[in-house]
Design a protein around this ligand. Structure first.
Ligand code: FES
Length: 176
């Protein structure tokens, strides 16, 4: 028995239509996959932690703030570091506690960094550990001068880690 469909659409045409349908669906699938994976291949500007950060105030203003505040560390919370008036210059201390990673605040009344999670204490000008369960001082971000401005590399992969909990002059990258 010959079906009506076979009469209206000959076999060769049906095959063509099926092929076109298949190609259309395959094209759609490829387009959807591209839309899903495209963001992973796009290079976007790093804006938060990990960025090269230019400190808004010039170096001279930072030094003036240290002079006026008995060297109180200056917090840049959006970039998770303190500028500290280290012996002989300026350093950038990553505020992540080296114990279990809490954000370490500077305690003005104690004049030292005091992690409230488990009571690790870090010294004001070096950010080295003075007591508590943390294994060593706060890590330092790399820092450099560009004109009168300071640029801090907040990439955690480039940290200066002080496992011996000692101050190292070679870690001082900005004099002042
Ligand atoms: S996380 Fe700071 S002392 Fe434990």
């Amino acid at each position: 028995m010959i079906r009506v469909q076979d009469e209206v659409v000959p076999r060769a045409h049906r095959r063509q239509l099926l092929r076109l349908g298949f190609l259309g669906l395959a094209g759609l699938a490829v387009t959807e996959m591209a839309a899903v994976f495209a963001p992973f291949f796009r290079v976007t500007r790093i804006a938060g932690l990990g960025a090269q950060v230019t400190v808004p105030e010039p170096k001279s203003a930072i030094l003036a703030r240290f002079a006026a505040s008995n060297d109180e560390p200056i917090l840049y919370s959006q970039w998770r570091f303190f500028l500290i008036h280290a012996p002989g210059g300026i350093a950038a201390a990553y505020r992540k506690c080296t114990h279990l990673g809490c954000a370490v605040p500077f305690n003005k009344s104690e004049d030292q960094f005091h992690c409230v999670c488990h009571q690790s204490i870090y010294e004001k000008r070096t950010a080295l550990l003075t007591s508590g369960p943390a294994p060593h001082g706060l890590d330092l971000f790399r820092i450099r001068e560009e004109g009168d401005h300071l640029v801090v590399d907040t990439n955690p992969l480039n940290l200066l880690v002080r496992e011996d909990n000692k101050w190292h002059d070679e870690h001082l990258e900005v004099q002042g």
